[in-house]
Design a protein around this ligand. Sequence first.
Ligand code: ADP
Length: 486
Amino acid sequence: MKSERFKKLKSIRGPRSINLAMWGYFCVFAFILIVIVEVVFYIVVAGTFEDKATARVNIISNETVAELEKNPEGIHKTVFRYRSEGVNVYLLDFDGKILVPADVDGLEEPPLSETFIKDMKTRIGEDGKTEVFHFGASINLARVVSYKGQSGYVLVSYSLKIVHETVRTLQLYLIIVGVTVLFVSLLVTYAFSQKITRGLKNMSDTAVKLAEGDYTVKFANADYTEMAQLSDTLNYVRDEVKKSEDFRREILANVTHDLKTPLTMIKAYASMIKEISGDNKEKREKHLQVIIDESDRLTGLVNDVLSVSKLQSNLDVINFKVFNLTELVYGIINRFGYLQEAQGYSFMIDIDAGLYTRADEEKISQVIYNLLGNAANYTGEDKTVYISLKSSMDGKRIKFSVRDTGKGIAKEDLPEIWDRYYRVKENHLRPVKGTGLGLNIVKVILKNHSFDFGVESKLGEGSLFWVDFPAVPAEIEVDKLPENVN
Ligand code: ADP
């Protein structure tokens, strides 16, 4: 049934798998990165090339014009020098015919294309304008000059063919690098997300086992801090669940056992009254007393269980009020009077008069009752219990303590006795009526009040349980203080 539910839970498709999400994010990230690199490359690299080429074309045209003015004969040399740099410099007449460089050593200078000439002429005209313009894969600058008494153009033409090819090759490399990076990052993300999800899946499987009641499971994943924290938390959850499961089992065993004994007794004595002692008054009284005692025991047990569950679920509100603690303690000791009268117990008391505190009277009464009951239950052969209620020197605190002369509590048991259903094995002098709930009730009540409390005990030397109450000055009129104030 349970596992069916979990299978169903497991099969529910969640919003998105980590694997896919990581893949997706990484792809988008890598893609954006590649696009940015490409764009930046294009703007910076290709743009810079063009800017540099334009600047160079300007410089060369200026130098050529200066050379023309200075030494028109040497212009051929200048033109060839630039050519070795990959820049074509021409002197043209207004019809576009090449004057310089003239054909050299039978090598014919190829004429410029007609469309180019036309384009240049419309842009520059014949009245001294200068302009940089693109034509095909070249950057060109033309200006009007006069050469050997004749007007014409100086044309500087810088071919960007190589540059464009280089840019294209680099772009191709970039794309190859980009795709490789994308592919490698996909592999890496896949491996990484697999690792994470495998860990999570293991934990989820383990948690299902835990839900099915296997408390031996261990959440183990220490690859990453967060995962290690999660498994620590889950291990803690497992321990807590196991504890409450153990508690549940124990209470069932304890309570059923504790309920069974008085019920059997009640039934047995009732039958005895019916069949044997009915007419014998003395016997009947005795048997009826057993029934009354056992019923009281049952009532106590049921009350304890109810108190615990109420306290644990915080259903109980604490009603603070000022009351006379001295009187409360005396009242409770009186309730144990039957132990003194009938069973030879002695209660040695050292109690200051007129001590007031502010707390939930009913609950504190339960605390003191439980502590006195335990002391009486566990005290030694002398059947003596020491009770003290003393004000501190400065009058601000009141210390209540109850000491017995019993076997005491072993050091390793001390922290545990406050837990629900905890009962130290085999330290009972006489058959004990306890349920293992008394001290837990004490603990929860005092914690809810934020009062200090504790136990000092050594094996063989008895135990001393104490509670520290805040003192309220005795002269404050109890009735005038607001009730139920937290
Ligand atoms: P119980 O109903 O069994 O007394 P408590 O919660 O009151 O349950 O106490 C828990 C356990 O602590 C007891 O079972 C007992 O083993 C131990 N304990 C409590 N008070 C004393 C005491 N005064 N002396 C020795 N052991 C004690």
